[in-house]
Design a protein around this ligand. Structure first.
Ligand code: NAD
Length: 422
């Protein structure tokens, strides 16, 4: 294919209705926490959407009008879109005008980015791409990935970005639990491989996004997304480091941080048992991988946060010395409050370490799960655990825990890693 693009307007990136010969306006590749809500939202904006995933069970569930992930309002949107025929799930990409890649980007050994899914998803587009189509990478990636990997793979197939097709990065910055609202309301940062690519991609997002659409280079968009999560990680690490210092000095970190925050130019975040989830604990490594010698602060922050569960465990062990076989209540397993997600959760790391290293009866409480994800342990009711415990470790600030009677915390020794009792 060559010389196919005649201008930068009104082409594949436009959000308007498809040509009669083009059955789909948009194809979303990867139907997980990001891709499925995006596909459902686009389908309710009058676009014909195809969703693609490798997992047959995911395709079957969606085509039955159901969902395989927990996200408020998503089930109703998918049901309506599938019933209306505006969303269907397929094993391979069909022809479409715009392609959004929303596949996972984990890290592998040595915290090196694993971009295999992005490469595979891009290669799968080659047979169906047509002149003027738009390809947007929404997955979180290290700087230069959109240009070198996505545009690079397409160029190998003779599809030059800005000449034959448009290629851009538009990182997703949604908050789990509010994805349907945020996909539409959040501002977007859209960076193309060329200026024309930026423009076409930005116009596509302006078709359904209410927040501002900021135009920039692909590399800028990539680093913006990573900077947001690394910023958060570094600031949490500062709070966690202060908490470590307070523990050593026998001071109350909540009092110290609370008083320091009285200063008009200080805003220290809340410490905790560590940093979890699949974004903040992962994305900073993508900056490190790009510039290892320039990122001592980001690397140190990762180290501080990853070491927090060990510090919490050490404090529990210290308290446990007074008992022959203490009962230890562990409040919370998820990586943040009020959700059921335990991916990379520091609370799980603490409980696992206690199970392996301490002779104790562990009373694990997680109101958002039906079964304990840690082998050999069962879940308990919060009040029952608090009544029986010698030691209590508060690991997550769930709403349910905030409502517990404070008297239940007066008898046992308490390690409050999240400031529940302050
Ligand atoms: N989940 C979030 O809150 C969030 C927020 C912002 C950004 N992100 C980023 O968005 C990207 C996707 O994350 P997610 O949470 O949606 O992942 P996910 O694991 O929930 O979903 C990804 C889906 O892609 C499918 N897949 C993998 N390779 C594929 C391929 N070659 N072709 C088709 N389908 C394929 C998987 O089967 C899976 O269903 C990641 O880069 C992530 O860092 C996630």
């Amino acid at each position: 294919m060559s010389g196919a693009i005649e201008g930068s307007s009104g082409l594949g990136g436009a959000g308007g209705p498809s040509e009669p010969s083009e059955p789909h306006d948009v194809c979303v590749v990867g139907l997980g926490y990001v891709g499925l809500p995006t596909a459902a939202v686009l389908a309710t904006h009058g676009l014909a959407v195809a969703g693609v995933d490798l997992r047959a069970d995911v395709l079957q569930t969606i085509n039955a009008g159901q969902v395989h992930i927990v996200e408020p309002e998503l089930d109703a949107l998918v049901r309506a879109a599938v019933a209306a025929g505006s969303l269907r799930a397929l094993p391979e990409p069909p022809h479409a005008r715009t392609f959004l890649i929303c596949v996972p980007t984990p890290f592998r050994e040595g915290h090196q980015p694993d971009l295999r899914h992005v490469e595979a998803a891009t290669r799968a587009l080659v047979p169906v791409l047509r002149p003027g189509n738009l390809v947007v990478l929404e997955s979180t990636v290290p700087p230069t990935t959109t240009r070198s990997l996505v545009a690079g793979v397409l160029a190998e197939a003779g599809l030059v970005a800005g000449r034959d097709v448009y290629v851009a990065h538009a990182p997703e910055r949604v908050l789990p639990g509010a994805v349907i609202r945020e996909v539409v309301e959040n501002a977007r940062v859209v960076g193309g491989v060329t200026e024309a690519c930026t423009e076409v991609a930005a116009r596509f997002y302006e078709g359904f996004v209410k927040g501002e659409v900021h135009r920039c280079r692909a590399e800028t968009a990539e680093l913006v997304k990573l900077s947001e999560n690394a910023y958060r990680d570094v600031n949490v690490a500062f709070a966690n480091e202060l908490a470590n210092v307070c523990d050593r000095l026998g001071l109350d970190p909540w009092e110290v941080i609370g008083l320091a925050n009285q200063h008009p130019r200080v805003e220290i975040l809340r410490p905790g048992p560590g940093v979890g989830g699949h974004c903040i604990a992962v994305d900073p490594w993508f900056i490190v991988a790009t510039a290892p010698e320039d990122t001592p602060l980001i690397q140190a922050a990762r180290g501080v946060n990853d070491d927090r569960p060990r510090k919490v465990v050490a404090r529990v062990k210290e308290l446990a010395e007074r008992f022959k076989r203490p009962r230890v209540a562990c409040l919370g397993l998820s990586y943040k409050p009020n959700i059921d997600d335990v991916r990379e959760s520091p609370a799980v790391a603490v409980v696992r370490a206690l199970q392996a290293e301490l002779s104790a009866e562990l009373l694990v409480v997680e109101p958002h799960l039906r079964a304990c994800p840690i082998e050999g342990l069962e879940l308990c009711e919060a009040e029952d655990a608090l009544r029986r415990a010698d030691i209590v470790v508060v690991l997550v600030m769930h709403r349910q825990f905030q409502r517990l009677p404070k008297e239940l915390f007066t008898r046992p020794s308490v390690i409050d890693t999240v400031g529940l009792l302050t």
